[in-house]
Design a protein around this ligand. Sequence first.
Ligand code: FAD
Ligand code: DLZ
Ligand code: SF4
Length: 506
Amino acid sequence: RPKLRFILGDQLSRDIAALRDAEPATDILLLAEVGTETDYVPHHPKKIAFLFSAMRHFAEEMRAEGFTVDYVTLDDTANTQSFAGEVQRAVQRHKAAEVITTFPGEFRVLDDMQGWEQACGVPVEIREDDRFFCPTARFRGWADGKRQLRMEFFYRDMRRETGLLMDEGEPVGGQWNFDADNRKPLPARIHLPPDFFVKPDRITEDVLALVATRFGRNFGSLDGFDYAVTRKDALRALAHFISHALPSFGDYQDAMRQGEDRLFHSLLSPYLNAGLLGAREVCAAAETAYRDGQAPLNAVEGFIRQILGWREYVRGIYWLKMPDYAESNTLDAQRPLPWLYWGGETAMNCMAQCVDQTRRLAHAHHIQRLMVLGNFALLIGARPKEVAEWYLAVYLDAYEWVELPNVHGMVLHADGGYLGSKPYAASGKYIDRMSDYCRHCRYDVKTVVGDKACPFNFLYWNFLIKNEKRLGANQRMSLIYASLGRMDAAKRAAVTSQAKDFLNAL
Ligand code: FAD
Ligand code: DLZ
Ligand code: SF4
C-alpha cells in the first residue's frame, strides 16, 4: 500500500521533510486547494492566486520527476474543502498505509493535524520542518528561564552556530551589527533598482480567472499579477536582488518614498515562506556577494540579520507562546480597526499611500508595516486580534507564525515586552524624516495641536499619557517620558482633547 505524502501550500520545497525519502514508483503526493484555508481570513486575491499557482506549478514539477500527484482543485465538486476531509478522502482513494506530512506554519493547522490519525484510521507522521535554522526545541531551550527575550543575543548565537559571516569564531568586520551605518533617508537623486517581474503563464492565467470569480470582492487588486510562482523564477528574483538592490539594502532599509514601492528591499519573503526559496541559500548568496566584493558588509549583515535573526526569532516565539500569544493584549487596546485599513478614505497621506500599496501589491516593506500602518494601530489602541487579522489577510507573505509575533510583539506591545523591550511608538517626525509623504499631505507634520496638526503627533502624546502607568517605568522610554513631564498642563489637555475628538470621528 502506498504512503500518502501531504504537502501544504507553504511547503513547496523539493527537499521538504515529508518528501525526503519519497519513492516515485510507490508513493502518492497530495496537494489540496481548500475553502477552510481560503476563508479563515479574507485573503488578498493576489495571495490566493500566488499560492494556488505556485502549488499547481509544484505539482507539475513533481509529476515531471515521475511522481503520482493527486491535486485537488478548489472547484472540484467532490472537494470537502478542509485539510482533514481531503486527507481522509485520499487515504481511502489510494488505500494508503500511512500519511507523512511536515509541521505546519500555524497552530490552527497543527491542532487539526493532530486529529487526522483518528479520522483516517492510519498512522500520521508529522515531521519537523527543518527548512528553518533553529528547531523549535532548540529555541525553547534558549528562551527557557528568560522573562524577556532579546533578538540581538539570539542572533549572535545563530551566527556562531551557522558560521554565517564569521571568521575564526569572530564576527566578520569585528562587529555583530552595523545598524549605525544604516537607516539613512533616501537622497533626492538616487538610482533605484529596475523592477523584477514574471509574465503569467497559462497555469497562472487559469488561477487568476478562478480567483477573480471566487475572491474578487476581497480587499486587494488582482491586476498586474507578476510574482514568481516557480522555484526557477524565484531563484531569478534572488539573483536580481543580489545584483541590483543588496548593495544599498543597509543604507536605505528604513526609507520610504511616495510612488516607489520596492526601493532596495528584496521582495523575497513570499518565496521564502512558501518554500520556493530556502533561508540557507538566500543567506549564503548574500554572504557570497560580500566575500566577492559585490556588496558592502553593512548591507549584507543587515540583510542576513533579518532572516537568520528576526525571521527565526519570531518563529521561535510563536511556537513557544501559542495559543496564549494570540490572546495577549497588555495595553488593553479595544478600538475596532478603522475602515481606512480596508481602503476607506483618509486625509493622512502616509496611511493612504501604504494602504494603497498594500491593496495593489499585497506587499508593503517593513517600515511601512511597522512605523506607519502598525504605529497608527498602536497609537489609536486598535484591538490586537483585529490588527493581526488584517496583516494576515493582506500580505502575500503572511502566515501566522511570522505575522502574529510581528503584530502582537513588535508593533502593539500586546505581549508586555516579551519580544521587544519597548513599543515602536513614534510621532509624525519619524515619518517625515524617513519619507516624503508629509510633503504631499494636508496635515502639517510640524504641528502638534490645532486644525492642521498631524494626527500622529497628538495621538503619540495621547498614547504616552494614556499608558503612563504601564510604560512610564520602562527604562528605554525614560527620555520620552521625561519630555512628556516637561509638557505644561494646558498643552497636555489640548493634546488629549484633540486626540479624543479625532478618535471619536474615526
Ligand atoms: P526585506 O526587507 O528584503 O528583508 C529580507 C527578509 O528578511 C524578508 O524577506 C523576510 O523573510 C525577513 N524579515 C525581515 N524582517 C522580518 C521580520 N520582522 N520578521 C520576520 N522576517 C523578517 N514578514 C513575513 O514574512 N510575513 C508576515 O506576515 C509579516 N508580517 C509583518 C507584520 C508586521 C506588523 C511587521 C512590522 C512586519 C511583518 N513582517 C512579515 C516582516 C517584514 O515586514 C517582511 O518580512 C518584509 O517586509 C518582506 O519584504 P521583503 O522580502 O522585501 O523584505
Ligand atoms: C494561505 C493558503 C491558502 C489561501 N490556501 C491554501 C490551500 O488551499 N491549500 C493549502 O494547502 N494551503 C493554503 N494556504 C496556506 C496554508 O494556509 C498554510 O499552509 C497553513 O496556514 C500552514 O502554514
Ligand atoms: Fe502622515 Fe502626519 Fe506626515 Fe500627513 S503629516 S503624511 S499624517 S505623518
